[in-house]
Write a protein that binds this ligand. Structure first.
Ligand code: ASP
Length: 608
């Protein structure tokens, strides 16, 4: 049989109702005989014994399954009590009761549970808030000596707690942590610092840049994070200028230098070819000695290379192009030179004036692989625990380096000062690094984040404050208030924004890449193609003038081309003369008379 605790409320009520009805019917039946006529559902007919039965029911009192059953004058149940239950880790638990005989009275909740359940649990309470002096979270005001209480403090968390107190209606009293530690667990299992003070009951909540970690969360409760962060490296910017023997190469990227070299070789070769191809580049060097009929070309291979390097170096040369095609090449090369030299000069000036900083370390990995630069972190914080407990090789190596050295600091400020002295890298959380590098332009953050975590407010284990504070933090986040406070304390107050100019300057000088100067190369290619086309036109035009028929012109062209490409001599026999003296034999060089060839060879020897 089921015990009363296991019967459903409806069943118990039904049981008591049937019992009540049976008792009333019995009583009524004893005083008069009851009949049960059929009643129509359509008409409003009533059972004649209904009101008598009600009158018999009202005075009945008995202890049923649902407690004492009795009724007031209106027929409502009175003299009953409802238990108020809650679900706990151990199942349902009675936390109070409500009396049906005094419906106007509030719920009677036991003392222990009243505090926990009341939404007003924070209202009008005064919380002791433990914290640490660490800029910009909590700082002593310049005039703190003349002030007392909370008025001595200012900073990000001072504003945050103030916002929370307004939202939840509590008062607060700041207390600086006794041992200046955030909280680590010692070998005997005791927590020091802020965490220790919460556990010992010295404070109700702890708020500063207090990192949420799994170990700490076993000892205290944390609200949702109000700021996200991660470990990074604070390091001093090298002050000496980087001077390298080959810093004159810095204005252009390596690719651009290769392109310039290729352009130089390409243009010189094309100048040589076009020079040979164009008949207007071939001249009689001795116009008065017409009988020599030997033509000379200034643009030998070496001369072509000398001409282009001369103009590239802005020095010029004695060589002057005479044909339209070679002049076109010279023109486009001068244009190319103008743009490249101007870009080079401008960028070189920038490179020489702007300090380019090269860091001896670029990441945590590089830091861990060397031992000349010392590194450390805060002595009693989550950063130290991170390295101590890490299983990652780099971080293990770093911990082995740090653990036996004097590299741990009692305050972040001490770490910053040691970094400023040089040859020391300080491992700290990025939010604090952000604040420091905003004001100390000789310091910087090296590499990215080694982990990701957040700062939360610590409360006692199972404290109901946690949920209320978490909800309010979410609200502050959603309304953008937390962001505004961060901007205020990081970028504006206490000398924020000092290094903004510096970071702009250092990032503005970079070597010119092919994307920056690619257009000049395109123009150069276009100019060269045009020059080549002009050279072919010139060649055909001259050949057409100096020959009689199509066949002979073609032969002329082929012979001239063969000569142009096969022979590097800068002289050749004059074709027109040949044509005139050997009018029957066409203008083929093969048909030159012996003295003419000797003369041509003589020139070859001299000028090759
Ligand atoms: N915020 C850290 C902490 O809560 C301090 C640190 O180790 O950098 O322990």
């Amino acid at each position: 049989m089921k015990s009363p605790e296991n019967i459903l409320t409806e069943s118990a009520l039904l049981y008591d109702s049937v019992k009540l009805l049976a008792t009333a019917l019995q009583d009524l039946d004893q005083s008069q005989s009851i009949t049960m006529p059929s009643i129509s559902c359509q008409t409003e007919s009533q059972w004649q014994f209904g009101s008598s039965l009600m009158n018999y029911m009202r005075p009945i009192t008995f202890r049923g399954l649902t407690g004492l059953v009795d009724f007031d004058q209106f027929g409502h149940r009175s003299s009953f009590t409802l238990d108020v239950m809650t679900i706990t880790d151990n199942g349902l638990q009675k936390i109070g009761y409500w009396s049906g005989s005094q419906p106007s009275q509030p719920l009677n909740i036991s003392e222990e549970w009243r505090d926990n359940y009341s939404i007003m649990s924070l209202a009008n309470q005064t919380l002791t808030v433990t914290t640490i002096i660490n800029a910009p979270y909590c700082m002593l005001k310049d005039s703190s000596a003349t002030k007392v209480g909370n008025d001595r403090f200012e900073g990000y968390i001072v504003d945050v707690i103030d916002e929370l107190s307004k939202m939840l209606g509590f008062k607060y009293k700041f207390k600086l942590v006794d041992d200046n530690a955030y909280g680590v667990k010692n070998e005997s299992g005791y927590w020091n610092g802020l965490i220790g003070e919460i556990i010992n009951g010295k404070a109700d909540i702890a708020i500063v840049d207090l990192t949420i970690t799994s170990k700490r969360a076993e000892a205290v409760d944390f609200t949702l994070p109000f700021m996200n962060t991660g470990i990074s490296i604070l390091f001093k910017k090298p002050t000496t200028k980087v001077t390298t023997l080959f810093s004159f190469l810095s204005p252009f990227s390596n690719v651009v230098w290769v392109y310039v070299l290729a352009a130089y070789v390409g243009v010189s070769s094309i100048l040589f070819i076009v020079g040979r191809l164009s008949p207007y580049e071939w001249d009689n060097p001795h116009p008065c000695r017409q009988e020599d009929f030997v033509l000379e070309n200034n643009f030998s291979l070496t001369n072509s290379f000398f001409f282009t390097i001369g103009s590239l170096m802005q020095q010029g040369s004695d060589l002057t192009p005479k044909a339209m095609s070679t002049r076109a090449i010279a023109g486009i090369w001068y244009f190319f030179t103008l743009i490249m030299i101007s870009s080079y000069t401008a960028n070189l000036a920038a490179f020489l004036t702007v300090e380019k900083v090269i860091y001896p370390i670029e990441s945590a990995d590089e830091l861990s692989l060397q031992s000349t630069i010392e590194y450390g972190c805060l002595a009693s914080g989550s950063t130290k625990s991170f390295f101590q407990d890490s299983n990652i090789t780099t971080f293990k190596r770093m911990w082995n380096f740090m653990k036996n050295r004097d590299v741990f600091m009692s305050k972040n400020d001490e770490g910053k000062k040691r970094v400023q002295k040089g040859n020391y890298a300080y491992l700290m959380e990025s939010a604090s690094i952000e604040y420091i590098v905003e004001r100390n332009c000789n310091l910087t953050q090296i590499g990215g984040l080694l982990d990701t975590k957040g700062y939360g407010i610590a409360t006692k284990k199972n404290s109901r404050h946690r949920n209320l504070l978490s909800q309010s933090i979410l609200k502050l986040q959603e309304t953008g208030r937390l962001h505004m406070l961060k901007e205020k304390w990081w970028k504006q107050k206490k000398g924020g924004g000092q290094c903004a100019e510096d970071s702009k300057k250092s990032s503005s000088v970079t070597a010119l890449k092919i994307d920056n100067v690619g257009g000049v190369f395109v123009v150069l290619l276009g100019g060269l193609s045009l020059a080549f086309f002009v050279a072919i036109c010139e060649f055909m035009w001259k050949s057409r003038k100096s020959t009689t028929g199509c066949e002979t012109m073609c032969e002329e062209m082929i012979n001239d081309l063969k000569f142009s490409f096969a022979c590097q001599s800068k002289s050749k026999p004059g074709r027109k003369k040949t044509y005139q003296t050997n009018v029957n034999n066409s203008s083929n060089y093969n048909s030159l008379s012996q003295p003419q060839i000797i003369r041509a060879q003589h020139f070859n020897k001299i000028d090759y």
